[in-house]
Unconditional design. Structure first.
Length: 337
């Protein structure tokens, strides 16, 4: 079936949608999906880099449904202007580099924390219907500054439903791990080293990670809009992979060497902590976990299809029941996902 023959999503069809950080890897993938499958009335791209906006405008041939707002999430008034007559917001803007955050902590707080609160307040004041914010596995039991700012942002969006209880606006969060093919992905880095015949640096040969493709990430956000009541934190149920398997899938037979963990880096990733696991259920035939709000004053009800997880449940990349093989990883990379 061609993209033009696809039936638009009934919730988002004909709607006005805004994406913060819309010129990033996720933003570009979401724009393509939205233009092909969601049939939006208007899609507002909100970002702070004029060159990237110029490049993305040309990437999508200046589609007349696209609107371009230069602005920073640190600027609440600019957000409020951009959200005028917007129905749905995807909040993807963030500073993300773990090591950079350790040297520039206040800059990360201003964008990831204060910027998130600005999105919450602007969305309520503008009468936005639903907001889905993107999070990261680093926000679960954080050990670095970046993860701490994203955990704070998660809580701001969940508790934003308290502020919005008397209004129509509702907030939810999606949390996933590393994205294959995103800007800064290790995949092109390993490929370049392999072409040069160099050994591949592995942070720790025991490392395991969660990986998700860009199409999976976009579909998860669209599904979250459909599933959310407000206050949920959605987590995908996906396979884990060994970092050494990823390296060998990219460059079979390439030598590897252990460079040890960097400051703020975990040996294994976690997307649901044991504390969060007490509030988690499985939905959509096992496709997603939902971490439910522990205090909800806005009329939240547990999902009708929610199934409890086992006692003492946590979701970690090293104890996951599902794993990618090297051949499966290679097939995903070859498919360009």
């Amino acid at each position: 079936m061609t993209a033009s023959a696809l039936v638009p999503d009934p919730l988002l069809s004909g709607a006005s949608i805004l994406v913060t950080g819309g010129t990033g890897s996720f933003g570009k993938a979401f724009i393509r999906y939205a233009l092909d499958r969601l049939d939006p009335k208007r899609l507002v791209v909100f970002s702070r880099d004029e060159l990237k906006q110029y490049e993305v405008r040309h990437l999508f041939d200046d589609d007349p449904r696209l609107r371009w707002f230069l602005g920073d999430v640190r600027d609440r008034e600019r957000l409020l202007r951009a959200m005028h007559h917007v129905d749905y917001v995807v909040h993807a803007a963030a500073l993300k580099q773990v090591d950079t955050a350790e040297y520039n902590p206040w800059e990360f707080v201003k964008t990831n924390v204060i910027g998130s609160q600005n999105v919450v307040e602007a969305a309520i004041d503008a009468g936005v219907k639903k907001v889905v914010a993107l999070s990261t596995d680093k926000a679960s039991s954080p050990i670095n500054l970046y993860g701490a700012t994203k955990l704070t942002a998660d809580k701001l969006f969940v508790t934003g439903n308290h502020y919005a209880a008397a209004y129509q606006t509702r907030f939810a969060v999606v949390r996933y791990g590393n994205v294959m093919g995103s800007r800064g992905s290790v995949i092109p880095f390993f490929a370049r080293l392999a072409e040069q015949g160099r050994s591949l640096p592995i942070t720790d040969l025991r490392c395991t990670r969660f990986f998700i493709t860009l199409p999976q990430a976009v579909q998860m956000v669209v599904d979250a809009f459909d599933m959310m009541q407000g206050g949920e934190l959605f987590v995908p149920r996906i396979p884990s992979m060994k970092v050494t398997d990823l390296a060998q899938a990219i460059a079979p037979g390439a030598p590897m060497h252990d460079i040890s963990l960097r400051p703020g880096e975990k040996l294994h990733e976690e997307m649901i902590s044991p504390e969060e696991g007490r509030r988690a259920v499985v939905v959509r035939d096992g496709r997603y976990f939902v971490i439910q709000p522990d205090l909800a004053t806005w009329g939240y009800q547990p999902p009708a299809d929610g199934k409890p997880v086992p006692d003492d449940f946590s979701y970690r990349s090293n104890t996951n029941e599902e794993w990618y093989t090297q051949d499966q990883i290679a097939a995903i990379i070859d498919a360009g996902l």
